[in-house]
Ligand binder design. Structure first.
Ligand SMILES: *Cc1c(COP(=O)(O)O)cnc(C)c1O
Ligand code: SF4
Length: 351
């Protein structure tokens, strides 16, 4: 090491050595973290690297993206396929759990690798995109199933596809009469918003309604660059949803959770889901009790606009799908108001 200050990185950092070179981790940890990086991919974009404060051991951005030795710790509840996608995958690249919608995963690469990712056993590996034959089979499957009203393109990150490929894929879906809605889930607006250029916006200009769910967990992720990217998407007429994972040490306090929801709404992004963390391998240090999440939701409901309220969701292990997990405001005692007071309801004649 020299005593020159670290140079802000301009490329995505993909190894512990690169992270140390940028001053984000201590050089003496590089060797031990290599084992983590070997098991689960590492990528930190320059924008997110700049956002981290290496002097803060509890930095909520660093915690989401920097490899951590605790990822090698197994807990008894860990599961490599935490939400049971495998059982519901009729062909490669498709998960069909609910009758009216499918997940479609044409690409398994992401702009960054979140340390808590529930699909971490699948993303970032050698195989990046679905091959031509698999892609055809996946589209044939959607074509053959009239009940599929919505296609949710996730990954990986679909906005990592070259715009021409993405445009071709969306055109193929556009041509399927029973597909009414296309939804993309992406981390690009937060991690690499420069990708949202004219070519990408042109690719997203489809005949069918296209919705974009933006994965964002902390208000600081909404940098000026991310806000500009969201504005371009919104100007292109794309409705934006927010998808947030509740994570210990990132957003599991009332102020952080409220701040990220307000920041999303301010940027025209409607909070959609707050995900309870899944049982993905090596993510035990991010988990918290459901009661803690419910208390946070109650606090949010009591303080913030209805626009800022996501549904708090658990993806049931084993592949049973997503269910809202409260908190419940109606009980035998009555209905609870936003200030925590209980009022008798319903009146006896309506019970
Ligand atoms: C999460 C998920 C969806 C989308 O669920 P919504 O509740 O519509 O957001 C669809 N299919 C599968 C297999 C999923 O895991
Ligand atoms: S961007 Fe999404 S799929 Fe990719 S690592 Fe993060 S959570 Fe997982």
């Amino acid at each position: 090491m020299t005593d020159r200050p670290p140079v802000p990185p301009r490329r995505t950092l993909r190894s512990p050595a690169a992270l140390a070179g940028a001053g984000l981790i201590r050089p003496e940890t590089v060797e031990s973290l290599a084992a983590v990086a070997e098991r689960f991919s590492v990528a930190v974009t320059p924008l997110l690297a700049d956002l981290m404060d290496p002097a803060d051991p509890n930095d909520p951005i660093a915690r989401q993206f920097l490899p951590d030795l605790r990822e090698l710790e197994a807990t008894p509840e860990d599961h490599p396929d935490p939400i049971g996608d495998q059982r519901f995958s009729p062909v490669k690249g498709i998960v069909h759990r609910y009758p009216d919608r499918v997940l479609f995963t044409p690409i398994l690469h992401c702009p960054v690798y979140c340390r808590f990712c529930f699909r971490r056993e699948k993303v970032g590996g050698g195989e990046a995109v679905l091959g031509e034959a698999d892609l055809r089979a996946a589209l044939d499957y959607i074509r053959a199933h009239d009940a599929v009203w919505e296609v949710v393109i996730t990954g990986g990150d679909p906005l990592m596809l070259p715009p021409a490929r993405l445009a071709a894929l969306l055109a193929a879906l556009d041509a399927i009469p029973h597909v009414a809605v296309i939804r993309l889930h992406s981390r690009v607006p937060i991690s690499d918003p420069a990708r949202i250029d004219d070519a990408l916006l042109a690719a997203l200009d489809t005949g069918k309604a296209l919705w974009l769910a933006v994965h964002c967990n902390h208000a600081r992720e909404l940098t000026a660059a991310a806000e500009a990217g969201l504005r371009r998407l919104s100007r292109a007429g794309i409705p934006l949803l927010g998808q947030t994972v509740l994570l210990r040490g990132v957003n599991d306090d009332a102020a952080s959770l409220e701040a990220v929801m307000r920041a999303l709404v301010r940027n025209r992004v409607k909070p959609y889901y707050l995900h309870h963390p899944d049982l993905a391998p090596g993510t035990g240090h991010f988990r918290l009790p459901i009661a803690a999440g419910q208390a946070l939701m109650r606090h949010l409901r009591g303080r913030a606009s209805g626009l800022c309220q996501p549904s708090y969701i658990l993806d049931i292990p084993g592949g049973h799908g997503k269910s809202p997990i409260g908190p419940a405001y109606l009980s035998e005692a009555g209905i609870e108001d936003w200030q925590g007071q209980i009022h008798p309801y319903p009146p006896p004649q309506l019970r």
